[in-house]
Write a protein that binds this ligand. Sequence first.
Ligand SMILES: Nc1ncnc2c1ncn2[C@@H]1O[C@H](COP(=O)(O)OP(=O)(O)O)[C@@H](O)[C@H]1O
Ligand SMILES: N[C@@H](CCOP(=O)(O)O)C(=O)O
Length: 368
Amino acid sequence: MSLSRSCTHHVSLPKPGPGFDVIGLALSMYLELRVSIDRTQPSDPSIPLNCTVSYTGVGADEIDLNPANNLITRTALYVLRCHDQHDFPAQTHVHIHNPIPLGRGLGSSGAAVVAGVLLGNVVGDLKLSKRRLLDFCLMVERHPDNVAAALYGGFVGTYLNELDPDDMARKEVPLSEVLPQPAGGVDTGLTPPIPPENIGHYRRFNWAKEIKALAIIPDFEVSTAKAREVLPKTYSRQDMIFNLQRLALLTTVLSDSPPDPDLIYSAMQDKIHQPYRKTLIPALPAILSSMSPKTHKGLLGICLSGAGPTILALATENFDAIAGVIVQRFKDEGISCEWKILEPAEDGATVQEVPGDVPSYLREIRQT
Ligand SMILES: Nc1ncnc2c1ncn2[C@@H]1O[C@H](COP(=O)(O)OP(=O)(O)O)[C@@H](O)[C@H]1O
Ligand SMILES: N[C@@H](CCOP(=O)(O)O)C(=O)O
């Protein structure tokens, strides 16, 4: 029997403003996998881990297609190995179509982790609940904002539960034990750390239909790991209260219809990550200090998307002009940008059976 399955994942654009590592927004860019398992064929020992990978979309020259190195397939292997399945089923092929720019703060890695977890669940026929899938995601990407938004869709608030000491230790094992690279074959003898139950939690919020998300995407990468290294380990009480006061309002004001620009603009101010990340993103200070609903009609609020360098501007109208100003600010620093108008993606990650024989995945990749 042959089968072809597709998984679709939405990119998450995390945390408007003060919700660092807390709130996430899934937006209308879709990472898509096509998975085929040719069960008519026996295992071929020359195929590492029984899996071949192909890729279309952005970053094709960067992504490693060796299943032992690729983030999506390594994550899937982690899920499989936690269930005593050491390799992919014989003759698995995974086609990845990825429109999400890499290393730009648009959640490409969060979407890839969600994709990998769903891939493991599908090819291993594990039938894990979404809640359990989130545990696996959180063993790999340890801040919950991106993966919860990509998995569940929409505008979400997230938190990590206080686990008992044993579970906490299990959750905090080094990432290299969760995702060894390269992911060795069956003979490594390594037992993967099984995620504790109920690592994190999420809650969907409403989103006012008038609000669109402009993503202005500079032509350079900032790795999330690097952008987290520049953050301080501790913060002043004053700065924490500043963010908490705004975050308490933000989730509500983004659901109000019609939106209140002044309130949204104020609620999107941040003192715990953007000031430190300015050093990595040349135009950020000029953009944040010069744009507001008073200077730009239709603008509601502006912040770094994820760890940057993408700028997220929430707006109701006047999109070309708002994006044009931000593009120009980057241009002044010698950086070119593309920009997109995006909307919340409500559905989260989905898996569909695709009828037809194995080669059909090549024809069915959605071009976005
Ligand atoms: N579709 C994908 N397939 C495989 N690896 C991916 C994919 N998307 C992202 N990655 C990995 O994640 C890295 C980017 O992650 P990160 O620095 O967290 O940036 P961001 O998540 O903001 O795009 C890429 O360099 C790549 O290694
Ligand atoms: N909350 C995280 C989000 C990182 O998102 P990414 O898209 O840059 O991976 C952070 O701000 O570090």
